[in-house]
Design a protein around this ligand. Structure first.
Ligand code: ADP
Length: 407
């Protein structure tokens, strides 16, 4: 089934056209700087010429129209008619407590996504805008919401409750939700394909290390803890996000620097993390290059990043009372042997040993084991594919839906 996967940000739309039954990419692309004088439009059909150009796209509805026009255009011949697309899958960041699985979008679901605006003000409003725009452009197919939070729905109360008065959980649902769920789900499932053991007996730690970064403890196939929390700000040090800090620092800064609240939000989300620590960059490649040139603060930022990962790995081994495998994924996890090595250094006590040669000789895009033969815990690099998870879930739900036109 041909599924269009949509991921809408406040000024961007990413898309992937996927043949879900064959798990095959057909085309992907991105429209950035929507609403600016010139937007950037990229299309990358598999096995055909890629294009990139600049032109004005004023809103998400126009962006979706641009994507359909491209896919339909006679010279590209990617689809012959809009009806070739049988379903649309939407990445939605926050599903609140309501959604433990992907769902067919109807008015109630749209209202629930809107109710979670408060919980994810940067993500849920553009996600819903994208849903409405796609419905306008493809009104006759089922639209499905796939939530970043859903995989972490299995967290037990002791992992998701914060040590604040319980009435705030009851009143406002303040709790840990966790994110990157589709990625943690996907790489843990790819790991299960490598082993000959019932899933119920496995304990895995998945490390999604991209610009945003999180770890998840996956016990018997279920997420039982994860490093992001109420919002995607907590946990690991990230590109520009602080990760965990002592909350008292905020009161202290408000007093010392007379910072208004909205500045604190920007400080922690956009000016902290690797960028804040190094004073140079939030991008790991740039940091590694400068650290190699002798920049002490860039080196320190890398050290803090890796130390945090090690701490979480240790704590999840404690939470699960063991660990069969640690899986690295996403931009940094898949590409940086240095970060993989440093994050798991000196953990022989916990049974973790990375093989230097295997770690340094990774073939891009493949599932690979990088632990030493003597390591009690396996270590893997597994490329993530969140769009494929969204496409497969969407196809499954669309097929089951009464209103789908081909059932
Ligand atoms: P996003 O969260 O935006 O999807 P990605 O998963 O694409 O992020 O990861 C982006 C991060 O991966 C950046 O910090 C980038 O520098 C890092 N990265 C990509 N390739 C490498 C590499 N070869 N070595 C180190 N870091 C890398």
């Amino acid at each position: 089934m041909l599924v269009l996967v949509i991921n809408c940000g406040s000024s961007s739309v990413k898309y992937n056209l996927i043949e879900s039954s064959e798990e095959r990419d057909v085309c992907k692309g991105m429209i950035e700087r929507i609403g600016a004088v010139t937007s950037i439009v990229k299309h990358e059909p598999v096995g055909k010429k890629h294009t990139k150009d600049a032109r004005a796209i004023s809103n998400h509805t126009e962006a979706l129209q641009e994507i359909l026009d491209y896919l339909l255009s006679p010279e590209n011949k990617i689809i012959n008619s809009p009806s070739d697309i049988k379903a649309v899958g939407h990445r939605v960041v926050h599903g609140g407590e309501m959604f433990k699985d992907s769902v067919l979008i109807d008015e109630d679901v749209e209202n629930a996504i809107e109710q979670a605006f408060d919980l994810a003000p940067l993500h849920n409003p553009p996600n819903l805008r994208g849903i409405k725009a796609a419905q306008k452009n493809l009104p006759d197919v089922p639209h499905v919401a796939v939530f970043d939070t859903a995989f972490h729905h299995s967290l037990p109360a002791e992992a998701y409750l914060y040590g604040i008065p319980n009435r705030f959980y009851r009143r406002y649902k303040i709790r840990k939700y966790g994110f990157h769920g589709t990625s943690h789900y996907y790489v843990s499932r790819q790991y299960y394909k490598q082993i000959d053991k019932p899933v119920e007996d496995t304990k895995v730690i998945t490390c999604h290390l991209g610009n945003g970064a999180s770890l998840s403890a996956v016990d018997g196939g279920k997420s039982i803890d994860t490093s992001m929390g109420f919002t995607p700000l907590s946990g690991l040090v990230m590109g520009t996000r602080s990760g965990d800090i002592d909350p008292s620092i905020l009161f202290y800064l408000v007093e010392k620097e007379e910072l208004p609240l909205q500045n604190l939000h920007a400080l922690l989300n956009r000016h902290s993390g690797l960028l804040g620590l190094s004073g140079y960059a939030g991008d790991m490649r740039d940091l590694i290059e400068e650290a190699n040139n002798g920049d002490r603060r860039c080196q320190q930022a890398i050290d803090v990043f890796c130390y945090k990962i090690k701490q979480y790995v240790g704590s999840y081994i404690a939470s699960m009372n063991g660990c069969d495998a640690i899986v690295f994924t996403a931009g940094i996890g898949e590409n940086s042997s240095l970060i993989r090595k440093q994050s798991l250094q000196n953990m022989e006590y916990m049974g973790i040993e990375v093989d230097e040669e295997k770690n340094n000789n990774i073939e891009r895009g493949k599932v690979q084991k990088i632990s030493a033969d003597s390591s009690k815990t396996d270590v893997y690099v597994i490329p993530t594919n969140e769009e494929l998870v969204i496409a497969i879930d969407t196809a499954k739900i669309a097929l089951a839906a009464d209103q789908s036109p081909w059932v």
